[in-house]
Design a protein around this ligand. Sequence first.
Ligand code: UT7
Length: 322
Amino acid sequence: MTFSRIGGTGRYLPERVLTNADREKIVDTTDEWIRTRTGIEERHVATDDEQTSDLCVNAAKIAMADAGVDPQDIDLIVIGTTSPDLLFPNVATIVQHKMGIPACAAFSLETACSGFIYAISTADKFIRAGDTKCALVIGAEIITRLIDWEDRNTCVLFGDGAGAVILQPSEEQGIMSTHLGADGQYKDLLYYPVGVSNNLAAAGVGDSRIMMAGNEVFKVAVKTLASIAQTALDANNMTLDDVDWLIPHQANLRIIQAAAKRIGMPMEKVIQTVQMHGNTSAASVPLALDVGIRDGRIKRGQTLLLEAFGGGFTWGSVLLRY
Ligand code: UT7
């Protein structure tokens, strides 16, 4: 049986860092409020001349070097993002061109904060079907371009970044299961009010902002992240004792803690990066994965449970042997 397995990882965060103290200068907020309500201390914010594809390229180069693969080896690019360079061509083709990757399947998908989980789940299926030998999978955002810097409800939360993974076929166990889900009835709790077929002429993108009923999103996020973790374990006849690391979407430390508590996962086994990165939407899970690998906590052979939740609502999990 062929599995898909992670051959290498990489991450890129824009150099510009904004601390909570920087935020205090812009809106009516405090470092204390941001830390106690979200856990966030700082976040990286792209400069005007950086595009999402640039973040992707920087993360991808590191992941490819880690896996020992060249641009010629890549035959699938899948990118989860809500903040592509352009509406079309899709950002994966822009990354392909910038990196000199030969013609291959390249597409992006927009499932908000679950973007990377959807992307890696899709690539896993391509590999197991025998269609792909080397997939470049990325979660990337310059989500701060969609923020109103004067809206304190959201401007303290988000940050930019990209995390990349090389996924390859293997006879050794890699990805064991993927579970994806969505429920469109929650659209009005978290959305961006401008799209191509909706409001584009009436309100330019620059005049709009992310709309979020934070408190209600919080409650559904905790319940969903807890229940999808359990679903993944049940599907594999595993318990939490079998999992070395939980790598959840990094939106809010209190959400991560509450979801972990619900399923009985000790926080020592949860990778946490929200403090340094803020909520980077589709980039948050691959960024946290790479942080855990590079700082030596995550080791080859260990079992990882990745999970995410975001606008839509969308959600998903990936259980894998690293
Ligand atoms: O990425 C996936 C989707 N996103 C999420 O999962 C985010 C989910 N939600 C959250 O993380 C939290 O709900 C927030 C961090 C957004 C808000 O935390 P909260 O504990 O739910 O606060 P709240 O919305 O209940 O607001 C409490 C108060 C309000 O004041 P009043 O109405 O009680 O007087 C807000 O106006 O805090 C106020 N507030 C702020 N105060 C200082 C909201 N933002 C700020 C701020 N600084 N930045």
